[in-house]
Design a protein around this ligand. Structure first.
Ligand code: ATP
Ligand code: MG
Length: 416
């Protein structure tokens, strides 16, 4: 992409109405647009980041047998009444509306009930199980507070997966596989070392559930952590009894601020009983399906990656998440410089390397500031100085100094 063609503009000014660092930077760099508190639109650069994250999640969900689908955003009252979750007293984040004929509809804050209702039409025999489905969908939640930028939206993208299993063993097998898949997702996103499987409240379903909590100052949660054992306990359930039950010791444990990037729930057969979701086993008997639910906050993850990796100059993206791998700038208007830059731009694209080519006729300082703010992993500069020294100026976003290297060396490094 030529930067002169990219419609989004960067801004030097920190948005006055935004307190969260992640949203400030994403807005300044033109990744997102704030519609209102907790509601953000994703512009081309932001969308590219979201898609890169989704692709990693998609690959890992497919690898454990997930089948992708997409559910509707409008939901029926009847579906949610079956589990007593239509009422605003019980679920306090509903957005609701009415059809012209007066029929009430809900705007999806979750798809648990809707997916089960849909799956009932397809699964009826033991031969149909297990079945695991997932989607990337926008959730709408009337959250009380929205002060954490894209980390807590009133409209946000979640990956939600649901497992339907024959029995507790089959459920447990998939549950463990999903824990491993989640670890792979977070390590591919560059936050594996800092993301911990966390014992959390099981709500109405089980004693405990599992969350994936990433160490993050801007997060809204806190956990007690054992780094050696790679396990954490959410502050919400942190009692002597729980500490004992896990073979942990209170005074080994360190309290850290975290952001919940994912969670997994075992519904056992509680929900299938409420929704009458049964299958016929080999002996011809009717059995309730064992259900599980597995979330990952896609847009929250964008915020977490910003909070963890950004520095005082701007965004910093891991290479596999960045909207472009290379930021290429030509300095000056001499034809030699422009021609060399254009050639390199075309060559890199032919090698499937994504390049943002800053071909704008603006001051070098402004280009460098934008390159830093935008957070693209590698910066390549072509100027009279670089050409005089026989090549291309190369600098990683995370490094302090630039080097002048030859084209061959440059290609070698970018291929990495
Ligand atoms: P939280 O405790 O942070 O409100 P939750 O328990 O409501 O999260 P789920 O409803 O299970 O979470 O959603 C699954 C995942 O979606 C969460 O682990 C989190 O990463 C993400 N998520 C939840 N609420 C939001 C939100 N308002 N904005 C962005 N991401 C969210
Ligand atoms: Mg919530």
């Amino acid at each position: 992409m030529r930067q002169s063609q990219l419609f989004t503009k960067t801004s030097k000014n920190v948005p006055a109405d935004e307190t969260a660092r992640n949203a400030q930077l994403l807005i300044q760099a033109g990744y997102v647009h704030k519609e209102m508190a907790g509601v953000y639109s994703y512009l081309p650069l932001g969308l590219a980041v979201a898609e890169n994250i989704k692709q990693i999640v998609r690959e890992e969900m497919n690898a454990i047998g997930g089948q992708e689908l997409i559910m509707s955003s409008l939901q029926s009252r009847e579906t949610w009444e079956k589990t007593d979750r239509w009422s605003d007293e019980i679920v306090d984040i509903w957005f609701k509306s009415k059809l012209k004929n007066g029929t009430e509809v809900g705007l999806a804050w979750s798809h648990e009930e809707a997916i089960i209702q849909m799956m009932k039409n397809h699964l009826s025999s033991y031969k149909d199980l297990p079945a695991n489905v997932y989607q990337f969908q926008t959730k709408l939640r009337n959250e009380l507070r929205a002060k954490s930028g894209v980390m807590r939206g009133r409209e946000f993208v979640m990956k939600d997966m649901y497992s339907c299993s024959l029995d507790a063993d089959q459920h447990e097998d998939f549950y463990q596989k999903s824990i491993e898949a989640y670890h792979r997702v977070f390590s591919r996103l560059g936050i594996g070392e800092e993301t911990f499987l966390t014992v959390a409240s099981g709500g109405a379903f089980t004693e405990f559930s599992h969350e994936f909590q990433t160490i993050c100052e801007a997060g809204e949660d806190a956990v007690y952590l054992s780094r050696d054992k790679k396990i954490a306990v959410n502050e919400e359930v942190f009692t002597d009894e729980v500490v004992d039950k896990l073979g942990l010791k209170r005074d080994e444990l360190e309290r850290v601020k975290t952001a919940e990037v994912g969670n997994i729930f075992n519904f056992d057969t509680i929900k299938s009983k409420e929704m009458d979701f049964k299958y016929t086993n080999e002996a011809g008997e009717s059995q309730f399906v064992h259900l599980g639910s597995y979330g990952i906050g896609i847009t929250r993850l964008i915020g977490v990656l910003v909070e963890k990796f950004a520095d005082k100059k701007g965004l910093v993206w891991p290479a596999n998440i960045a909207p472009y791998q290379v930021y290429l700038a030509s300095l000056g208007i001499e034809s030699k410089i422009i021609e060399t830059a254009k050639e390199l731009y075309e060559f890199l694209q032919s090698k499937n390397i994504n390049v943002l080519y800053d071909d704008r006729d603006i001051r070098p300082g402004q280009k460098f500031a934008d390159a830093d703010l935008t957070g693209i992993p590698c910066r390549v500069v072509i100027s009279e100085k670089s050409l005089g020294k026989g090549g291309f100026e190369f600098q990683k976003r995370t490094e302090e100094n630039a080097e002048i290297i030859t084209k061959d060396e440059l290609i070698k490094r970018l291929a990495k």
